[in-house]
Design a protein around this ligand. Structure first.
Ligand SMILES: Cc1cc2nc3c(=O)[nH]c(=O)nc-3n(C[C@H](O)[C@H](O)[C@H](O)COP(=O)(O)OP(=O)(O)OC[C@H]3O[C@@H](n4cnc5c(N)ncnc54)[C@H](O)[C@@H]3O)c2cc1C
Length: 382
């Protein structure tokens, strides 16, 4: 049987010093309200992203020749873990830093790297993910948006949906069909970098259950994309998307979305006489959190070694999103407080936010069922 690799990783003095720097930075931030939101990697604040950029915490692992920090994945891990645990609004740059930049480093042209990476590092260029369509989510290979060859480039027609923060981003990496489907459904797909303010693009916001306009529906009507904006090889987009998903699925954001709520609940429960079953629940969550953290660190270390741990990333996302969904479910029963939509702050606000947003945790980035299918395939079971 094939094995999953979760070799333990220890962080050292360098990471500890960096952790202190991030905590100091966060303690000095008066301009954003850390701690009053769950799922802060879906909270978009371009101004805050530029503050992070000024600290050198965007593109941290990228080569210095593209403006990157030339630092390790473990150092990046420490920074994003601290930002997420504090509830910092990191949504604007999240996709560009986590997956679009690494994708361009792996598959992009030299011109694309030189053009986009320094801008991402400076917090001036944000990327959206253009994969899902109205009838193609889990079955991504069935997408209908097509790019047809024309002189000097491609004409894109079709639509995308659920594109997080596309209305704030400048660019979107868009998966298109460039050849009609054959027996091999994964062939004939290509990735393009598309300017989101290009003529022929219409974007409509979609309100989520929490009343926020976080994602969008986007229509393409004869949008011209030059050859210079094709990523990697034409018709090989599927393999590139799979590589991108290893970056997308394994990070601490896949289990820290409800962390602020857990921390606030512990503060409240500490001041009370704790029922035994409540203590057991908190103890169990803490133990799970520690294990998830080690697993996610191990994946970060494998990315550092140039590997693409797709199966391990799927395991982290599956276990992590189950964890972050169970936190509000369990806490609403043991906290003697109600979730209140009109609450502006405090645990009532966090609880209500988590109840409204947590159903999406196991959908975005690939659903639970799809991840389990990938893991089964990775183990040679399918
Ligand atoms: C908050 C949020 C943000 C998002 N942001 C983006 C974004 O920025 N860019 C982007 O491209 N997409 C984004 N998405 C879309 C996301 O990737 C899709 O929702 C996801 O891939 C599922 O696709 P679907 O919604 O079409 O559901 P479907 O694929 O229709 O699935 C419906 C249900 O059927 C199950 N199912 C489907 N196929 C199988 C199967 N073969 N075996 C077993 N069960 C199956 C699924 O697990 C699910 O429970 C976002 C989604 C959310 C919730």
């Amino acid at each position: 049987m094939q094995r999953l690799n979760f070799e333990p990783v220890l962080t050292g003095k360098k990471e500890a010093a960096l952790r202190s720097d991030v905590r100091r930075f966060l303690a000095n931030q008066g301009t954003f309200p850390p701690g009053e939101v769950i799922d802060s990697w879906s909270v978009c604040n371009p101004e805050f992203s530029r503050l992070i950029a000024a600290e050198g915490w965007l593109g941290m692992t990228w080569p210095t020749e593209y403006g990157g920090g030339g630092r390790s994945y473990l150092e990046r891990y420490v920074v994003i873990e601290e930002l997420l645990a504090a509830g910092a609004p990191v949504g604007a740059h999240w996709v560009a830093d986590r997956q679009s930049g690494p994708l361009l480093l792996r598959f992009g042209t030299e011109e694309q790297r030189q053009h986009f990476l320094p801008k991402i590092v400076r917090g001036e260029c944000f990327f959206a993910i253009g994969m899902s369509e109205a009838n193609s989510g889990s079955d991504l290979a069935s997408i209908k948006t097509r790019a047809e060859r024309v002189d000097g480039g491609w004409l894109v027609n079709g639509s995308k949906i659920w594109t997080s923060w596309a209305h704030v981003c400048q660019q979107m990496i868009t998966l298109c069909r460039t050849e009609a489907p054959t027996k091999d459904r994964h062939a004939g797909l290509s990735q393009f970098i598309i300017d989101l303010d290009h003529e022929g693009i219409t974007m409509n916001p979609i309100k989520n259950m929490a009343g926020e306009e976080h994602f969008n529906e986007i229509f393409f009507d004869n949008v011209f994309v030059p050859d210079t904006r094709v990523i990697g090889e034409v018709n090989q987009g599927w393999n590139q998307v799979m590589a991108e998903l290893a970056f997308e699925r394994s990070g601490p954001e896949r289990f820290l979305s409800s962390y602020r709520l857990l921390e606030a609940a512990v503060e409240i429960l500490r001041a009370k006489e704790l029922q035994q079953h409540a203590a057991a629940i908190i103890g169990q969550f803490t133990a799970r959190l520690m294990v998830l953290r080690q697993m996610s660190l191990s994946v970060a270390n494998q990315l550092q070694q140039g590997k693409l741990p797709v199966n391990e990333a799927s395991v982290v996302k599956d276990l992590g999103t189950s964890f972050e969904q169970e936190v509000p479910d369990a806490l609403r029963l043991i906290l003697s407080t109600e979730a209140r939509l009109d609450a502006k702050q405090g645990v009532e606000r966090l609880l209500s936010d988590a109840i409204l947003k947590s159903p999406s945790f196991s959908l975005r980035g690939g659903t639970r069922e799809i991840l389990r299918g990938i893991i089964a395939r990775g183990l040679g079971l399918r």
